[in-house]
Design a protein around this ligand. Structure first.
Ligand code: SF4
Length: 369
């Protein structure tokens, strides 16, 4: 399979103020100034070295970690580095993740000069639920304040990240969370069911197992409530009207190459996936990224099922462009069965998951791997 030119960059900011009990992402639990400088020095080096692998960018996504935990001067230097080494297409999408409690007036002003999309980690509006999953406490007005600061500086494309199926949460509680989120007038909602990952503090607490039926009802409620407010589901866990869908993630789900910078960041060149090493100390020591080299048919299956996480699925011509095998014939038995089982739908030019296919995406995906 040929590698393809890359128009998407992801930057991993590996610092947080503490560690949430459910979190399995890689991040350091404090913003240590010496480590931050070392991280940024190395990032600058990597950006200079690897920017030649990219074309003019369509999307840049700064995630973590907690990018807004960085001090203002560091944020400024980060943007200087990225803007020096990458160029952007007109209408580019530049996103950053933000924790409401770490956003200040000064940081909001800096973000407004460089980004046009903010994804805010809320998880739950209720302090009792936040506490149950070990999310750091937050002042009751942190979300309102952060929204006000961002909007006052001209950033309107703001989304919330929420978690449902929290310990003790009822369907009615979750519906209230969605209503509260909507009352803030945000443009995008990501809603993930709580997943208890091995090695996290939450896993050690041995909570009762997830109630699958309740969790499914919550997933259905998200679509019912958000779609009624003009924000339909466009991926298993993401909701927005068309212009506010996350283009970076849409590109990643649709097998577009992306370059990842920073410890634990992933890259995809159209053929091979690479993961930068973590923790920070190993990454700073210059240990090269790990390459995930697999059989071509398996990679093709991976790319296909990622696109089937989205409601739009694949335009057949789009998937044929990224693959070089006669995929429709190759998977004709599997696809035929999934069409019959009501997991997939097909038109002359498209193939896409049904609601059942999205709900049971793991089963749908397994057949291609
Ligand atoms: S703020 Fe986000 S990345 Fe940081 S510890 Fe909490 S969940 Fe993990």
């Amino acid at each position: 399979m040929n590698t393809r030119p890359c128009r998407n960059v992801y930057v991993h900011v590996p610092f947080c103020n503490g560690k949430c009990a459910y979190c399995a992402f890689y991040s350091e639990p404090e913003v240590n100034p010496a480590s931050v400088t070392q991280w940024l020095d190395r990032l600058e080096n990597d950006a200079a070295r690897k920017s030649a692998q990219t074309l003019t960018l369509d999307t840049l996504y700064i995630g973590g970690g907690t990018p807004t935990a960085l001090p203002p001067e560091t944020l400024k230097r980060l943007f200087r580095i990225l803007e020096r080494h990458f160029s952007f297409l007109p209408g580019e999408e530049i996103s950053i993740e933000c924790n409401p409690e770490s956003l200040t007036e000064e940081k909001a002003e800096i973000l407004a000069r460089h980004v046009n999309r903010v994804s805010m980690g809320v998880q739950s509006f209720r302090p009792d639920f936040r506490e149950k999953i070990g999310r750091r406490p937050s002042d009751a007005h942190a979300v309102e304040t952060a929204l006000r600061l961002l909007r006052a500086n001209g950033i309107d494309n703001i989304g919330f990240d929420l978690i449902y199926a929290l310990p003790g949460e009822t369907l009615a509680n979750w519906r209230e969370e969605l209503d509260t989120a909507l009352s803030h007038g945000v443009r995008h909602i990501s809603a993930y069911s709580l997943s208890i990952e091995e090695g996290t503090e939450l896993a050690a607490r041995r909570l009762p197992p997830e109630d699958n039926e309740l969790s499914f009802a919550m997933w259905e409620a998200a679509q019912e409530i958000l779609a009624a407010h003009g924000m339909p589901r466009y991926e298993i866990s993401n909701y927005a009207s068309k212009p506010y869908e996350c283009r970076h993630n849409q590109n990643v789900w649709h097998a577009e190459p992306y370059l990842g910078l920073g410890p634990a960041a992933c890259s995809f060149d159209g053929a091979v996936r690479f993961t930068e090493v973590s923790p920070l100390a190993r990454w700073l020591a210059g240990i090269p990224p790990e390459a995930d080299v697999i059989r071509y048919e398996k990679r093709l299956g991976e790319m296909f099922i990622m696109g089937l996480r989205t409601v739009r699925g694949w335009k057949k011509s789009e998937f044929s462009r990224v693959s070089r095998l006669p995929w429709r014939e190759m998977w004709s038995t599997i696809i035929g069965k999934q069409l019959q089982d009501g997991m997939l739908q097909e038109t002359p030019d498209r193939i896409f998951p049904t609601e059942k296919g999205l709900a049971f995406w793991n089963d749908l995906a397994e057949a291609y791997l």
